[in-house]
Design a protein around this ligand. Structure first.
Ligand SMILES: O=C(O)CCC(=O)C(=O)O
Ligand SMILES: [Fe+2]
Length: 327
């Protein structure tokens, strides 16, 4: 089965689909839940005499405030995944009804169906990214990907080796704020996905980074700018990164992933479940609470081994798949 969306994505490695989502209906509930998480963190960690005042601030000011409180692994509270390497019984994560609604959003799945076909699973590789103006970030966060710039990488490289080989995955990147060159949109190189999976190495915080990525800086870039309501699709071998947020405002996004049913998630035992099927009459996971219980079950499995997932880095031991040997 090929159609024009699928063809374009395979051809260029990226696709911007306009006007898929409605801000108030599909996106605002997630920002509301993020703000609720901030309120809880404020009540737990702010100085007693400041709590009342801070709770009256707006979303951005609250976030700026809590980001200065030195809360251990702050991003964890806003991300739907377990900590990479220190899973504990009380590990917290952002699994809200609103995010469940987004993952199973019919309008998103209608787009994904055009790429992956009719048997679709939600893949547990997913992030939310709240990016303040870069000038407000502490030095150590400037290149961390979640609150600062994201280094050059391919999404297939964050899966385990089986996932890298066997999984047909698509990334759905969703802006909650208009995203431009100035506030740190993603950039990519057209058709570079055709090179297949390349060698990656470990970045300064253990993040996945394309080896020889400096070579990409001189290539011609596509700026993946998007309005609120649009979604951006990325091929698993698209090489992309994000620019610094040089604006005075926040840049907020979520990136979800889906894979063809029956293939490994690449992050076992994290939740990987059907969200749409033509063949199956009844899907097993039908509501938010069932989904949450999958995450809690996965947590139990991860506690003894401590990690939720590991990056197989470097991707290849020899250098045949290094970008420097292929361009
Ligand atoms: O939003 C970003 O900074 C990077 C997102 C990304 O790499 C992805 O969605 O795959
Ligand atoms: Fe990515």
């Amino acid at each position: 089965m090929t159609n024009s969306l699928q063809k374009k994505l395979h051809e260029n490695g990226y696709l911007i689909v306009k006007n898929v989502l409605n801000f108030n209906i599909d996106l605002k509930p997630i920002l509301n839940d993020m703000e609720f998480v901030m309120d809880c963190l404020i009540q737990k960690y702010a100085k007693k005499r400041e709590i009342k005042k801070v709770l009256n601030l707006d979303f951005k000011k609250k976030y700026s405030y809590i980001s200065k409180l030195n809360i251990y692994d702050l991003d964890q509270y806003f991300n739907t995944r377990l900590p990479r390497d220190h899973v504990k019984r009380d590990s917290d994560y952002f699994a809200t009804q609103s995010l469940w609604n987004l993952i199973t959003n019919k309008k998103i799945l209608d787009v994904v169906e055009k790429i992956l076909g009719k048997e679709i699973m939600s893949n547990p590789v997913q992030n939310t990214r709240i990016k303040q103006p870069e000038k407000k970030l502490p030095e150590g966060s400037i290149h961390d990907g979640l609150s600062g710039r994201t280094p050059w990488h391919q999404d297939a490289a964050v899966l385990n080796s089986r996932g890298q080989k066997l999984t047909d995955m698509v990334t759905v990147w969703i802006p909650f704020t208009k995203t431009t060159k100035k506030n740190g949109c993603m950039i990519t190189v057209k058709k570079i996905n055709k090179m297949g999976l390349l060698n990656h190495v470990s970045g300064y915080r253990g993040q996945v980074e394309l080896k020889n990525s400096k070579l990409l800086d001189d290539m011609e870039h596509i700026y993946l700018e998007a309005n609120v309501g649009d979604v951006i699709l990325l091929h698993k071998h698209s090489i992309h990164c994000s620019l610094p947020n040089r604006s005075n405002d926040f840049r907020i996004s979520a990136d979800l992933r889906y894979n063809v049913a029956g293939q490994p998630s690449g992050r076992e035992p994290l939740p990987n479940f059907y969200v749409r099927s033509k063949n199956k009459k009844n899907l097993k996971v039908q509501n938010f609470k069932q989904w949450l219980s999958l995450w809690e079950k996965a947590k139990e499995k991860c506690i003894p081994r401590k990690y939720a997932f590991k990056y197989p880095l470097p991707t290849y031991k020899n250098n045949k798949r290094d970008l420097s040997n292929l361009v």
